[in-house]
Design a protein around this ligand. Structure first.
Ligand SMILES: [Zn+2]
Length: 213
């Protein structure tokens, strides 16, 4: 089981010859993602990022089940809105199914960006792109359990991927062998440290309710 902290900087997947035969000069269209011709590309990029992400989701850091392709490749810039970057290696990370689903069609691209060239400057992203910046620059797993933002982008990432979800807290508490009562106390203490007017506060409280039952 790998470290929570990780970095994809400088580790971007490089197209092999088979990928280049498929993708060089190709303009991806909506729906291409499911075309079986790209299965090998998807398998190769997923294997690389799974290892570089320490076998965990790029965002919530839950351990990923790699067997059977049950967990998805997440498009940081949504593939139906930006089909031109559907197969761009810096637009893809391995995520858990709930993070992929919560983010859904949220547009992570800052307005006014060129739509011809994939942006490789972090300031063009509203949420974390782990290929351009490290996870631990923006996010922290406080007490190994609860997400805290270190930056505005970290806060937006928590909101968009709903990182204060109860399944995330449950997952991390299981590996820390924390029992329900102790978890509830820690959660309550944390809730006091969060701005009570924020959405974050409400999601933490909902998670606590779900855990305590
Ligand atoms: Zn996740």
């Amino acid at each position: 089981m790998g470290d929570i902290k990780y970095s994809l900087l400088g580790k971007t997947y490089v197209y092999d010859n088979d990928d280049l035969d498929l993708l060089d000069g190709y303009e991806p269209q909506k729906g291409d993602w499911k075309d079986g011709a790209f299965d090998d590309f998807k398998k190769n990029i997923k294997t690389l990022y799974y290892n570089d992400q320490n076998e965990r989701c790029a965002f919530c850091r839950k351990i990923i089940n790699f067997e059977g392709y049950t967990e998805p490749l997440e498009h940081i810039l949504y593939k139906d809105r930006y089909p031109q970057w559907m197969f761009h290696p810096k637009n893809l990370v391995v995520s858990c199914d709930p993070c992929n689903g919560k983010k859904s069609k949220f547009n992570s691209l800052v307005n006014g960006c060129s739509l011809n060239v994939f942006p490789i400057q972090p300031q063009y992203f509203v949420t974390l792109n782990p290929h351009l910046e490290d996870w631990n620059h923006h996010l922290k797993l406080k007490k190994g359990l609860f997400f805290i933002a270190k930056t505005v982008k970290g806060l937006k990432t928590i909101e968009v991927y709903k990182l204060t979800r109860s399944d995330v807290i449950h997952h991390h508490s299981k590996f820390k062998r924390i029992n329900k009562e102790s978890l509830a106390k820690k959660a309550a203490k944390l809730a006091y440290e969060v701005n009570p007017n924020s959405n974050n506060y409400m999601t933490i409280m909902n998670s606590i309710d779900a855990i305590i039952g």
